[in-house]
Every structure is written in C-alpha cells, then in structure tokens.
Design a protein around this ligand. Structure first.
Ligand code: XLS
Ligand code: NI
Ligand code: NI
Length: 436
C-alpha cells in the first residue's frame, strides 16, 4: 500500500528545473566545506505535525484530508500511519525523523496499556527503519496534552503528575534506545506558570532539575549514550516558560550541574517569540558550547503565535547556516522540520511540497553561507573591527595583565581613546546581498 503512488523519490534536478517534485538546490552528495550536504544538514521529518497535525486552530477544527486514516484511535491505525510516514520520509530522502510517544501510539486507559501500545508501534517503527535505513534523530515524551499535566509535568504542584511524567520519560527513553535514537529532547510544554500568585517558582525549577538529573542517571543505567537536548521556548501554552531562551536554559543547566549532559535544541519560531532572532539564539548557544540541534521552522510576524511554518526565507536560512558553520556544524543534531502545513493546505501532497521547499531553502542557505565564508570579506571586516584587541593594550587585557589601576594609568597618560572605524552595517548588509 502506498499513499503517494504517483510520486517517485524526489531528486535533485538543479536550479533550472520546473518540476515541483524535484530539488533545485539540495543535492545530498554535493560537497560543501569538505562535507556532503546530507551530512551538513542531517534533515529530519517530525511525526507530530506531519502525521498528527490536522490544521485545527482556536477558531475551527481540523481540515486535513488524510485518506490513510480509518477514523479510529486504534493501534492498527497507528501502525498503518507509520508505514505512510516512512513512505513520505523515504520519498523526500531525509535521513532522520523525530517523534513524541503519544504521536506515534494511542494513549491507553492506564499507563501500562499506553506502554503496551507504544511497544507495538515501536516494533513497526523499527521495521520501517530497517527497511529504509532512515534513523531516529531524537525521541521525546508529550507531557503537555493530557489534562493530568494541566499544571505542568516536572514542575507541577502535583507530585503524582511529576511521577507520571517520570514514568512516561523513562518509557520514551527506552523506546528511543530501542530505535537507536541519536538524541532525546526535553521541551517543557507546560513547565512554566500562568499566575505567579499561586506559584512557588523556586520549588518548581528545583523539581525540573531533579527530573532532568533522573533522566541523565537513567540513561547511564540503560546504556543510552545519545545527546540530551533542552528546547527553549518563552511562552505558549503557558504565559511564561522556564525554558525561556538559550540564555535562560544555559543558566539553568549550569546552575544545576547539568551542563555536561544537555545541549540545546533551538527553534526558529521560539526565538522570535522570545524577542530574539534565530541567528542570535544559535550564536549565543554556539558561543557558550551548547549548540545541539535545531527545529527548523518560521513564524508569521503578523500572527505572533507559534505557527510553525516551513522555512522558505533564504535570508533566514543563510543566517542559520552561517552561524552553524561557525560553530562546527550540527552533529549528532540536525535540521529538524518542526513545521506544519497551513490549514488551507489540506491535501496530503502539500506535505511533500512543504518539505521540498524547506530542504531546498536550507540547502541554499548552506551554500550561500559557505560562499560568504570562502570569500572571506565579512570575516576580514569583523577581524578589523576588533583589531585593537590583537596587540598592545587590548592583547594585554585579554592576557589578564591589567587591573583597574593600571588601566586608569594608561588612560591618564593617553588622555583619550584612539577612535575606531564606523560599524559599516549598511555596507555589510549590501555585501551579504551580493551572495544571495
Ligand atoms: C512546541 C515544540 C515541540 C518540541 C517537541 O512548540 O516545538 O514541538 O519540539 O516537544
Ligand atoms: Ni520544537
Ligand atoms: Ni514549537
């Protein structure tokens, strides 16, 4: 059974192609900076938006037409969906996928029933991985949809909810291990607050750290050596989430002694919700040694919520890839399309168009970023801008040879600073445009 009988594997046809089912820029074997595009980008397709997103919004129900669905929440339907999912990922030629426990398998009436459902679906996922060679980038647990998590999971006021969440993560980690997953993500769906008057913030954040330590310990116990990731998001569904942005997450990880075990999974639309750019988030995490993986998508600035659209803006993908190359690339992370088709794009084929566009946009961003780096003019401008730190006083300060008194003496002798050159922002932006 195939859901897309008329579609063959999507191939690279070059920028001149007019075939909507071809890549114009993503040529998986093309070598950029000594590595294939496939290895640079490590594309991953998400199960939740692709297979479980129906297009519902706060004003109306799902619109998506998905002929393979039988309308039930059975394990059989879930397994059939797995087959369709792998057909999509295989036709796209993406090497990875990612899932939440509850996207792939239905929640049962009890925890043990849910676990048994997951086991059956994991067996099907494993079969499909073996058949296709597609690998699991990361697994995670949905600790936010069920009403039991209305006050949060690891940060809930309810100790039972914490224990239930722990049981779910334990099982999701086991599933990830069974599937050879290269990572495991924590995104705090409701780990935050709606009202500070009823919230013991200190206690909640302490609990979150304890929860993550338990995961790190359990990974050791079962031999899971994949990378853990913490995914920043400032708000939505709660008005404030503790995993606010890269800086807040890194502070949390360092404060609680988790910095050697957990890196960040940065998401574009979350960056913008935090009032940052994705370039900022990658730069910050990279500079602090916490760049792990990215959830590639984009928001709609006019809507202002986490619309999770597919990235098509080449300027954005160029910024992302330039920062990623600067910090040595993503591995074991990847470019994970945590993105969904919009409500009006209700036909199955839109899932393919969306991923093809996202993959091409990132491939193009990678090539442009590599061209900027190869050309070297931008790096030269930045180098010149900081030249005062390369010799004399600047070099001495960086070498730790000064204190306030010696610096005062230097400035008293000199009288005024040697002026620096203009920042040349406009010229630099013009330069960047020449590569696009
Ligand atoms: C939601 C998050 C979520 C995580 C995985 O906004 O992006 O999809 O990536 O739990
Ligand atoms: Ni995400
Ligand atoms: Ni998101």
């Amino acid at each position: 059974m195939t859901a897309f009988p008329e579609i063959e594997k999507i191939r690279y046809e070059g920028p001149g192609s007019r075939n909507p089912f071809a890549f114009r820029y993503y040529d998986e074997n093309e070598v950029v900076e000594g590595k294939s595009m496939k290895d640079h980008l490590r594309f991953s397709v998400v199960y939740w938006h692709t297979m479980r997103g129906g297009g519902a919004d706060p004003f109306g129900p799902a619109t998506a037409v998905r002929p393979w669905e039988d309308g039930t929440d059975s394990v059989e339907n879930a397994i059939n969906r797995v087959r369709v999912f792998f057909e999509i990922v295989e036709k796209l030629g993406a090497p990875y996928y990612a899932f939440h426990d509850r996207d792939v398998a239905p929640e049962g009436k009890t925890l043990s029933e849910s676990n048994a459902n997951l086991d059956r679906v994991v067996a099907a996922l494993k079969e499909e991985q073996q058949r296709t060679g597609i690998k699991l980038l990361w697994g995670t647990a949905n600790l936010f949809s069920n009403p039991r998590f209305m006050h949060g999971a690891a940060t809930s006021c309810n100790a039972d909810a914490f224990a239930y969440a722990a049981s779910q993560v334990k099982k999701a980690m086991e599933a990830t291990l069974e599937l050879g997953g290269e990572g495991y993500v924590f995104w705090g769906g409701r780990e935050g607050y709606q009202c500070l008057w009823n919230t013991d913030m200190k206690r909640e954040i302490d609990h979150l750290a304890r929860f993550m330590h338990m995961a790190v310990d359990y990974a050791k116990e079962i031999g899971f050596t994949g990378q853990f990731y913490f995914e920043p998001k400032p708000k939505e569904p709660t008005k404030h989430q503790y995993d606010f942005d890269a800086a807040a997450c890194i502070n949390f990880l360092r404060c609680y002694g988790l910095e050697d075990h957990i890196k960040l999974n940065l998401e574009t639309n979350h960056a913008t919700l935090a009032g940052h750019t994705m370039q900022h988030e990658i730069e910050y995490a990279g500079s602090q040694g916490f760049l792990g993986s990215i959830d590639a998508n984009t928001g709609d600035l006019l809507l202002g919520w986490d619309t999770d659209q597919f990235p098509t803006d080449i300027y954005l993908t160029t910024q992302c890839m330039h920062a990623i190359l600067k910090y040595g690339g993503l591995n074991p992370g990847g470019v994970n399309f945590d993105a969904k088709v919009r409500r009006e794009s209700f036909e199955p084929i839109d899932l393919l168009h969306a991923h093809i566009g996202g993959m091409d946009a990132f491939a193009r961003g990678l090539k442009i970023a590599a061209a900027i780096r190869a050309d070297g003019r931008l790096a030269e401008i930045v180098r010149d801008r900081y030249a005062s730190w390369d010799s004399g006083l600047g070099a001495e300060i960086e070498a730790g040879k000064h204190d306030f008194k010696s610096l005062e003496a230097a400035m008293l002798a000199q009288g005024e600073i040697t002026p620096n050159k203009s920042g040349r922002q406009e010229m630099i932006e013009n330069l960047i445009n020449t590569y696009l």
